[in-house]
Write a protein that binds this ligand. Structure first.
Ligand code: FAD
Ligand code: DLZ
Length: 509
């Protein structure tokens, strides 16, 4: 029986469940470049290049294995521009009797897939995505019956279940979590490793020309494109990280430096999210580095926690809470996204730096996303949907299953604590402690109010005041609310006035 097997742009793994049982004599694998996936949010051109170039390379690898591939290029005559349209056309072209796919990473696409059968008149089998440590069903089993979900609890269960960083069933080194050791500032003069970047080959260069022509108006530049687009390149990126980044990953995980986007981070999220690398091989390689004495435990545990812990946890939360999750707005935030998120045109040096490197690399590291652009959106009360669409658009690694919970749950607390136990709200002091941004800023981080005061300072207190009823009872915020309890009514009113005046002026600009 002829089967059409559909592989999406972030499903580029030879072990993909949609390919299980493939019959090379009768089956066809469909990969389709469609405008709809590039424009439902205006993705950074580097992300579109990454996905299309990786799809083209993956198709070539399948063909080398004598698998029949039907590849629809973006500019192919008759391309309908949608996944559903291309699946229907391909099913007819190949006389398919059934369609097999792997569940997608986005609710929108899952809904679409569920309509493919009605559209084509064929049975459609949607298989689990087995490329994660935990299936959706496994996460649901963990989550059901718990009053609250916390990453740390899930992570420990995953460590035990998969035997990761365990010695005789106990956590390696005696602790489950070494986060307290992972908050160092970058020492002045510390040499940063040169990172593996991958020069575009002829295939990728052709995609760059295509994407520049079609989507050149989107935010972001492709000039510095250097992402791995094949499994072989992704393996080299992993090896490079293990040798040069991992040993210091833990120490400087939260540090930020002007003009330096990458520091000791792995840059592996795009390859992981496309399926060029599996989370298991990455975690196993990191653990092996520790066992071979090539990296310290605080680095290796911290790195593995991001993948086996956070990455799996946010995916579980996404699928548990969709489709309603996208509308979360517990804090009633409603201000529009400031224009500087697209232009970097702001005198606040930290925001300028992070938006600039986002524009240049389609990348910024976790603390830049969480504590600079995310923290500002939280404190300023930016409408969650607007900031969420921004994160989905601007990063090479952005796919809704991972981006949405990070934005709504972790960065702007729109879900009221389903994902995290408290909002990651911080004043300018945090940014000053972890970066060198403040020294070169138009504002003064030590001033709490007045025209030269760092806006993060009064925005922070105004945020806590505005949400006192909702956040005041949170034990993790007891300290700042104790401070606020000693403030006079006049002082409270003055901070709120200053914050509002700043926001009104900033959002008008
Ligand atoms: P490293 O710092 O080297 O971390 C190693 C790996 O751990 C990453 O490659 C990633 O796979 C995983 N990881 C780390 N933190 C997280 C996390 N919080 N959630 C899930 N996985 C994590 N990550 C994405 O992959 N796609 C997104 O769209 C995305 N959007 C985000 C939006 C916001 C507002 C925030 C605060 C975080 C977001 N993250 C996202 C998580 C994290 O910032 C990125 O995974 C990380 O910055 C990618 O860079 P890296 O590969 O160098 O990661
Ligand atoms: C992100 C993306 C882009 C830009 N283009 C395509 C495409 O042309 N064809 C395709 O199959 N997938 C693409 N993708 C990835 C999808 O958007 C992704 O599979 C869904 O968002 C589900 O995660």
């Amino acid at each position: 029986m002829s089967t059409l097997r559909v592989v999406l742009g972030d499903q580029l793994s030879p072990e993909l469940s949609a390919l299980d049982g493939l019959d090379t004599a009768n089956d066809t694998v469909l990969l389709a470049e469609v405008a709809e996936e590039a424009t439902y949010v205006a993705h950074h051109p580097q992300k579109i290049v990454l996905v299309l170039a990786a799809m083209r390379h993956f198709a070539a690898e399948l063909r080398e294995r004598k698998i029949r591939v039907d590849y629809v290029a973006l500019d192919a005559p008759g391309n309908t521009g949608s996944l559903a349209g291309e699946v229907a056309r391909a099913a007819a072209r190949h006389g398919a009797r059934r369609i097999v796919a792997t569940e997608p990473g986005e609710w929108r696409v899952l809904e679409d897939m569920r309509r493919w059968s009605a559209r084509t008149g064929l049975p459609v089998e949607i298989r689990d995505d087995s490329r994660f440590y935990a299936t959706r069903e496994r996460f649901a089993r963990w989550a059901h019956g718990r009053r609250s979900w916390r990453m740390e609890h899930f992570y420990r269960e995953m460590r035990r279940e998969h035997g990761v960083l365990l010695d005789d069933g106990l956590p390696a080194g005696g602790e489950w979590n070494y986060d307290a050791e992972n908050r160092k500032r970058l020492p002045r003069g510390l040499e940063l490793p040169a990172r593996a970047r991958f020069a575009p080959d002829a295939v990728t260069r052709e995609v760059i020309a295509l994407v520049t022509g079609r989507f050149g108006g989107h935010f972001g530049s492709v000039a510095d494109f250097g992402w791995p687009v094949t499994r072989a390149e992704a393996r080299r990126a992993l090896a490079d990280f293990l040798a040069t980044g991992l040993p210091s990953f833990g120490d400087y995980q939260d540090a930020m430096k002007a003009g330096e986007a990458f520091l000791f981070h792995s840059l592996l999220a795009p390859a992981l999210n496309l399926g060029l690398l599996s989370p298991r091989e990455v975690c196993q390689a990191a653990e092996a580095a520790w066992r071979a004495d090539a990296a310290p435990l605080n680095a290796v545990e911290g790195f593995i926690r991001q993948i086996l812990g956070w990455r799996e946890y946010v995916r579980g939360v996404y699928w548990m809470l969709m489709p309603g999750y996208g509308g979360s707005n517990v804090l009633g935030a409603s201000r529009p996204l400031p224009a500087f998120y697209w232009t970097a045109d702001t005198p606040m040096r930290c925001l300028h730096e992070v938006v600039r490197s986002t524009e240049r690399h389609a990348y910024s590291h976790h603390i830049q996303r969480l504590m600079v652009t995310g923290n500002f959106a939280l404190l300023a009360g930016i409408a969650p949907h607007e900031i969420e669409r921004w994160y989905l658009a601007v990063y090479a690694d952005a796919f809704e299953w991972v981006e949405m919970p990070n934005t709504l749950g972790m960065a702007v607390f729109a879900d009221g604590g389903r994902l995290a136990s408290k909002p990651y709200a911080a004043s300018g002091a945090y940014i000053d402690r972890m970066s060198d941004f403040c020294g070169q800023c138009a504002f003064d981080v030590r001033q709490k109010s007045g025209p030269r005061a760092c806006p993060f300072n009064y925005l922070y207190w105004a945020f806590l005041l505005r949400h006192e009823q909702t956040l005041g009872p949170n034990p993790r915020l007891a300290m700042p609310y104790r401070t606020l309890a000693s403030w006079s009514a006049e002082r409270r009113a003055a901070v709120l006035r200053e914050a509002d005046a700043f926001l009104d002026a900033t959002l008008k600009a």
